[in-house]
Each structure stands twice: as structure tokens, then as C-alpha cells.
Design a protein around this ligand. Structure first.
Ligand SMILES: Cc1ncc(COP(=O)(O)O)c(C=O)c1O
Length: 386
């Protein structure tokens, strides 16, 4: 099977380890095991339970209690509608592997997490790309969507909130998308790994799994819960569909890690405390970022409404990989080039790290922009080798 190389993941693999100011990360500042146990209390009893655990495969679809907790993130689902997977990435793969057959028409958006269009392509689908444009606030154009879906579309793939742009589709917008899907006979798969990180207090994004009969959502503990190291995600959808996923998952996963599930259960039991740490951090950093972008004359963006990342346009005629590599070599600040999303002239910033890292990272990018600006202004300016 042929597959495109995964641009973002390859870029992260190459540079992340040695970054001085990592402002490319998409998780809300990750928790240590100790921080998680301190947030939830009862550290001693947890460790005692951990030591006594016999390391079997555990409950194959994921522990009942954990699936029950996850199902409460949805209005209409219960534990039978949830299947655990190896991260959101495993959940997306499983859902796509279950839904997509060679020749199927699939509509997917760009920019987004590349897995969502490259895997259907690799599975032999006829993938039609709907480009999300800044002038539409990076929301899908519904007329274009309807045209691309036609009358026999198998699947529409979305990401809400969106990585990299932070755009957010509201419930009423999603219902419009569902009407288009229904007319075309399509399923909708919505990657919702950033759902729950809305910037405006009181705004809650509904899940496609609650809005549409053939709606499938994927979620994860990596971003909203700051627990990427657990490698736990899930597929949420109609019972029949989950059973189909289960049949395929027997070939790839058997079960997820028992210790990971124990820690995940703890995180869900104390979800409000984790969100009480994470939401204020994300919102505060988003404001800092907004102020910074407004003060940088070479930058512009569509202000993110949710999630952990922003997609920023820079005003220099430099390919985005050169721009980001130049920055990294200049002072160790680390961003992701727009090229990884098939958008030249842009970069992705992850602003949900610690506020200290963000502030240092923004300053480092400002220093770089200043020199690029001087260089662009005339021959006597300083020079950076790109
Ligand atoms: C939109 C989206 N989906 C899925 C993933 C995979 O994350 P994980 O497997 O850690 O849950 C990512 C990671 O960056 C992402 O941005």
C-alpha cells in the first residue's frame, strides 16, 4: 500500500527534541504522573493498586468504567458506543479503515491533520479536497462541500476544532453539514480531539456523534487532558458501527494498556480539576498570542476560537520550511511550516505550552522577524542564512 509521508510528524520528529523554545506542540502543557495524582488525590492507594495489578490484556474494548466516563462527553451515547484505541491517531485510523473502501468518494478538508486525507487516499478512495480559506474564517464553504460530495459520497471528514487554524464549527453549522451528508448518503467522521478547549467561556461544541445518525467522532486524552503519554483515544459512534470497528481492531490492537487505562480513569474521575488547570492556561495564552500577532507588522491570522494551535501568515517571500528552519537555527525557536499542511507562507504555532515557554518563544520569533524585516528593507541590513 502506498501512502504519502506524514509532513507534520516528520517535521516534529526531526526538530522537536532539540528545540530551545518549543512553540510547535499541540498538547496543553503535559502533566507528569505525579501532577496527575496530586490533582486527583489518593496517591498512595493508587500506587498500591497499581503494584497489585496482574498485567493481563484487561477488558478488551477498554474498561467499562472508563468507557462510561467517556460516553458522558456525549449527549446520546453510552459505553457501548465507545471503543478505545491507541491515541486519537489510532481512533482515526480505525474509523477510516472501517469506513473507506477503494473507489469510495471521500471529501476531506485542508488544512488539517494529514492523516484525515492521506489515509483515505492510501485506502484507495477518490478523495476530494475542500480547501478552508482565511476569508471564510477557515470554515468549510457549504456550497463547495455540497458540490464535492455530489449524490454518492461515502464519507465527509472534518476536524472540529481544527488543527492548525483553531476554527470552530458551531452546532448549527454542523447541522448544515449533516444535511448535506444525509442528502448524499454519507457518513461524517469528525476528529474532535480538541473539543472542550473553547476559548470563550460558556461555549460548548456539540459532537457530530450526537447530531447525526451516521456521525462518528474521535477523541483523545492527549490534548484536552494533557496526557499524550498514555496514548489513549477512542471512537464514538452508532452501536453497529462500533461493532464493525471492533472486528477490525482485533487485528491491530487487541486491547489498550492496562496501566494507561488506570491513569485515564483517574483523569476522567477528576476531569473538572484538569480542565480547571488547562482552560485558564489556554485562554490566557491565546490572549497573549493575539496581542503579539497584532503588534507584529509582518504577521496576520484568523484568531483561533478553540484548541491549542494558531495558523499564522508571514509577509516574507520565503518558503515556509526555510522560514521555520531559519528560525530554529537562529535561536532554537520551533514552529511547524505551512508546507506540512499544503499552505505556503504560513506557519503553525502551538501556544498551549507553559506561559513562560510561550513568552520566550514569542520573543525569539520577534527577534527573527526583526532581522528578516531589516534584511528585506535594504542591503545594509543584517543577514540570516536561509
Ligand atoms: C487533529 C488531530 N487528531 C489526532 C491527533 C493524534 O493525537 P493523539 O494520537 O496523541 O491523540 C492529533 C495530534 O496532533 C491531532 O492534531
Amino acid at each position: 500500500m502506498k501512502i504519502e509521508r506524514f509532513g507534520v510528524e516528520e517535521w516534529m520528529n526531526a526538530y522537536e527534541e532539540n528545540a530551545r523554545f518549543n512553540i510547535a506542540e499541540t498538547c496543553v502543557e503535559s502533566l507528569t504522573v505525579e501532577e496527575l495524582l496530586d490533582l486527583s488525590g489518593g496517591k498512595e492507594s493508587f500506587l498500591e493498586e497499581l503494584l497489585s495489578r496482574k498485567l493481563t490484556y484487561g477488558e478488551i474494548p477498554g474498561t467499562f468504567d472508563l468507557r462510561a466516563h467517556i460516553s458522558r462527553l456525549y449527549e446520546t451515547l453510552d459505553e457501548k458506543n465507545i471503543l478505545l484505541a491507541h491515541g486519537g491517531i489510532g481512533a482515526n485510523f480505525l474509523a477510516l479503515f472501517t469506513l473507506v473502501e477503494p473507489g469510495d468518494r471521500v471529501v476531506a478538508v485542508k488544512p488539517t491533520y494529514q492523516q484525515l486525507y492521506s489515509v483515505p487516499e492510501a485506502l484507495g478512495a477518490d478523495v476530494r479536497i475542500l480547501r478552508l480559506l482565511p476569508e471564510n474564517g477557515f470554515l468549510p464553504d457549504l456550497e463547495d462541500l455540497e458540490r464535492l460530495a455530489g449524490d454518492r459520497c461515502k464519507l465527509i471528514v472534518l476536524n472540529n476544532p481544527n488543527n492548525p487554524t483553531g476554527a470552530l464549527m458551531t452546532g448549527s453549522f454542523l447541522k448544515e453539514v449533516a444535511r448535506i451528508a444525509e442528502r448524499s448518503g454519507a457518513w461524517i467522521l469528525c476528529d474532535e480531539v480538541y473539543r472542550g478547549l473553547e476559548h470563550e467561556p460558556g461555549v460548548h461544541t456539540p459532537s457530530i456523534a450526537d447530531l447525526y445518525e451516521r456521525g462518528v467522532a474521535t477523541g483523545s486524552l492527549s490534548k484536552v487532558f494533557s496526557l499524550a503519554g498514555l496514548r489513549l483515544g477512542w471512537v464514538a459512534g452508532p452501536g453497529d458501527f462500533i461493532r464493525e470497528c471492533f472486528i477490525r481492531r482485533d487485528y491491530t490492537t487487541i486491547s489498550c494498556g492496562m496501566i494507561d487505562e488506570m491513569l485515564a480513569l483517574r483523569a476522567f474521575s477528576f476531569k473538572d480539576r484538569i480542565l480547571g488547570r488547562n482552560l485558564p492556561l489556554v485562554r490566557k495564552n491565546a490572549l497573549l498570542l493575539d496581542k503579539w500577532v497584532s503588534g507584529e507588522k509582518h504577521l496576520s491570522y484568523v484568531r483561533p476560537k478553540a484548541g491549542t494551535t494558531a495558523f499564522i501568515r508571514y509577509g516574507f517571500p520565503i518558503p515556509s520550511e526555510d522560514f521555520c528552519r531559519g528560525l530554529f537555527e537562529f535561536n532554537g525557536a520551533f514552529l511547524v511550516p505551512g508546507k506540512a499542511f499544503d499552505f505556503e507562507g504560513w506557519f503553525r504555532m502551538g501556544y498551549s505550552c507553559s506561559t513562560e515557554t510561550l513568552e520566550k518563544g514569542l520573543k525569539a520569533v520577534s527577534d527573527y522577524l526583526k532581522i528578516l524585516g531589516e534584511e528585506a528593507a535594504g542591503p545594509q541590513g543584517r543577514s540570516i542564512r536561509l
